[in-house]
Design a protein around this ligand. Structure first.
Ligand code: PLP
Length: 402
């Protein structure tokens, strides 16, 4: 008897979920994992053949940097491959505090706090800072982790159309009735590769006494003379109350961080649940990350190579007549629109040995599906040639077909 009830329940779970999965497949929104066998930061084998990756956020190729691998290995031998506990229990080693000191001095802030991912940093920080009687205002294209953190906080959430300052100002105009108001934006938007108008946002948040949190995930190591991010490039670093970044993009590792005043960092250590109730990121990671910031500070040539690849790819795609995003950043979106066409184009590229992911809803709004090219400093001339040549070839085949 109990066996048959279990069977019925089991079947109904699978049939309910299976139904939803079928709907995703019908809409070209079904996702599967692809297995890559890494060769280096931008090359891998896929189904037995070598492909060039234009898909990673490893903008400086640091995931395979020998100096960082050595630092990682040495620290792993010393403090293990896992930290064994959360940071507040026994999971804080000198490697963690040294990284936090490094990030603080790099960002020109009092202190910093490291989380196990950028996602955890955003969710933990936002939900610690705001609650029921507060107002959070975000850009429509903010990263999912910002949306999740905002919802999780229980604060009133208002979303302004992408980069629409008039609407932001209007929303700030209603902020007086809340206990506190937090404005949050990505500095480089992750799917469009365009930039937040930071100077204007700073002016507005100051005029309305709001706090400003900026997510520099894609800008750290990429923008600014010193590679400190878009706030540096725009000359507003001191105006950012809560400066968030990740170890997972240009740093080539995994983890997230927030830099700010010592009071802010102290507060987050006491209140951010994703920090408190989660195992510390391994010391080996933080040791390597300190090395990554060192490289970002000192090796400007690496950044120069990244930007010359960005310029080259943008120039060549434009010359071939492709419609790409208007802003120069390592994220180069090529707008297709239709979901199925985007995925077919991506598959045809992959068949030719070039991996560029197709991005579909719910990651981007319906009808704005795109190919998302990510440039890296370690793409060589041949890699870029292969990208451009393959785009030309696949586009020609698609044109003939239609
Ligand atoms: C990638 C990303 C995150 C999340 O960082 P992870 O380290 O991958 O968890 C947060 N914000 C933005 C804007 C991102 O692009």
């Amino acid at each position: 008897m109990s066996g048959s009830i279990k069977e019925i329940l089991g079947a109904s779970l699978d049939s309910a979920l299976g139904e939803e999965l079928r709907e995703l497949k019908d809409k070209y929104l079904y996702r599967t994992l692809k297995n890559f066998e890494p060769i280096d930061a931008v090359h891998a084998r896929f189904n037995g053949r070598e492909v060039v990756l234009f898909s990673t956020n490893d903008y400086l190729g640091l995931s395979h940097d020998k100096r960082l691998i050595d630092a990682f290995t040495q620290e792993a031998k010393r403090s293990g491959v896992g930290a064994g506990a959360s940071r507040l229990v026994s999971g804080t080693f000198d490697a963690h505090r040294e990284l936090e000191a490094k990030i603080a001095s790099f960002k020109g802030k009092d202190d910093a706090i490291v989380f196990s991912s950028g996602y955890a940093a955003n969710v933990g920080t936002i939900s610690a800072l705001c609650s029921k009687n507060d107002l959070i205002i975000i850009d429509k294209l903010c990263h999912a982790s910002i949306i999740d953190g905002s919802k999780f906080s229980g604060a009133e959430l208002r979303v302004y159309p992408h980069k629409n300052l008039e609407r932001l100002e209007e929303l700030l105009g209603n902020s007086a009735k809340y206990r506190r108001t937090l404005v949050i934006t990505d500095s480089v938007f992750s799917m469009d590769g365009d930039l937040a108008p930071l100077k204007e946002i700073v002016r507005l948040k100051n005029a309305h006494n709001a706090w400003l949190m900026v997510d520099e995930a894609h800008a750290t190591g990429v923008f600014g003379e010193g590679g400190r991010g878009l706030a540096e490039a725009e000359g507003v670093e001191d105006e950012i109350d809560i400066s968030m970044g990740t170890l997972s993009k240009a740093c080539g590792l995994v983890g997230g961080f927030v830099a700010g005043s010592s009071t802010l960092i102290d507060y987050l250590k006491n209140k951010a649940r994703s920090f408190i109730y989660s195992t510390a990121v391994p010391g080996a990671i933080t040791r390597a990350a300190a090395g990554a910031f060192e490289i970002i500070e000192k090796d400007k040539a690496l950044r120069t190579r990244l930007w010359s690849n960005i310029d080259l790819i943008r120039g060549e795609l434009t010359r071939l007549g492709f419609r790409i995003g208007q802003t120069a950043s390592p994220i180069i979106p090529l707008f297709v629109g239709d979901e199925s066409e985007t995925m077919e184009f991506a598959k045809a590229l992959l068949d030719e040995g070039v991996f560029v992911p197709g991005i579909r809803p719910p990651t981007v709004p319906k009808g704005s599906s795109r190919l998302r090219i990510s440039a890296s400093a370690v793409h060589n001339g041949k890699d870029v040639e292969k990208l451009i040549g393959t785009f030309g070839k696949v586009a020609a085949a698609f044109q003939k077909r239609s």
